[in-house]
Design a protein around this ligand. Sequence first.
Ligand code: UD1
Ligand code: PEP
Length: 426
Amino acid sequence: MPKLIVEKSPPLKGKVRISGAKNSALPIMAATLLSTDKCELTEVPNLRDVNVMKEVLNSLGATVEKTSDESYNINAKNLNNSEAPYELMTKMRASFLVMGPLLARLKKARISMPGGCAIGTRPIDLHLKGFKALGAEIEVGHGYVEAKVEDRLKGNRIYLDFPSVGATENIMMAAVMAEGETILENVAQEPEIVDLANFLNKLGADVKGAGTNTIKINGVDELKNCNHTIIPDRIEAGTYMVAAAMTGGDITIENIELDHVKSIISKLKESNIEFTEVGNNTLRVVAPKIIKAVDVKTLPYPGFPTDMQAQVMAMMSMAEGTSVIIETIFENRFMHVNELRRMGADIKIDGRSAIVTGQEQLLGAPVNATDLRAGAALILTGLISDGITEVNQIHHIDRGYSNIEQKLTNLGAKIKRVETEMETGA
Ligand SMILES: CC(=O)N[C@H]1[C@@H](OP(=O)(O)OP(=O)(O)OC[C@H]2O[C@@H](n3ccc(=O)[nH]c3=O)[C@H](O)[C@@H]2O)O[C@H](CO)[C@@H](O)[C@@H]1O
Ligand SMILES: C=C(OP(=O)(O)O)C(=O)O
């Protein structure tokens, strides 16, 4: 099992280029199943999750060709299988996003129930509510969700009880080829929803309102080809901002969409971190002498993202003062707390709140990346801790950070990946 060895590092300096967003690439790859022609995608990040999605699409009959390091041609003309294999579905929750496209194209889908994961139970009731409202019959049993529609999905008015990102995307993809108009209310407004809608519109769909709380879709008969570039990953960008701040660094982040990181920048500015826009999609981040503790509450976009909560908690663990971090999106997204405590962090949990008192010095330790962002938080803490931090379970980190050790090394960080021997019994 590989692991990352992180040492106390000098202040990060230099440039880092942000990759395409995981959370855009995955739904857009799923959406290529709606088209009967070639879709050319660029800025697709090199991630484990992208490889899993590639295998899912292949298994359904699509051809997926990697044309360069970060570009793919996907053609689902011969889409012929409505059943996604259990082994692939259980590797990644986002695989469930093929349900909407399969229902629209093949009028049926049989997909393994996505389980919960380290951060919460993550139900799919809202996805299913949407499919039902569009006229699909749904059966859940024996670990599978089966959906089918006799003729064609029919547009409807659908209100989401919570602005779920995945449900908004899955229902939107099902509705683009439904008969008539669909109005989706109380939907997620994340930039990745807008990217998906832009992609669908390039294919010939008629989706309006993405980025607001109401999306209107007029169903079309067929979707064609297009070229699309995935938007930059705002969470990767936020993670490098925090890395610069914690190490006392001064870095330039390239390929960043400033509009998408407003809530992150606003919070980091409260902590005294300085930002200067230095050109098109380029941002300089300069660490302050003292990082001030600030309170953080995660919320749906445009609020502060839950996917940055662990990284900010790492920063608060060495900030001056005490901060309260409230997680409102996932009920169990504090798994990193125990790992940060191993490194000397002072964090108390009270329900959905974490009370973090900054420490002058944290200490390297063997730790586990319990999930993707927990892993990022542990790397960040390792960069400023005395001694060596050994981050295990790094397959979680590889799900969502493209070339992380290379990017950090280029900035002067001391981090390396090592393969460990399989442990053998006595
Ligand atoms: C691949 C991808 O894009 N993943 C992102 C997506 O996950 P994902 O799409 O799974 O997140 P959701 O927005 O759906 O989940 C938010 C909340 O809604 C609940 N819920 C969701 C669906 C449902 O049918 N019923 C229900 O109760 C979830 O349990 C959770 O508590 O948005 C999350 C919230 O910004 C991010 O952390 C993830 O990085
Ligand atoms: C929770 C995340 O992703 P996913 O929904 O793919 O598990 C994340 O990116 O932090």
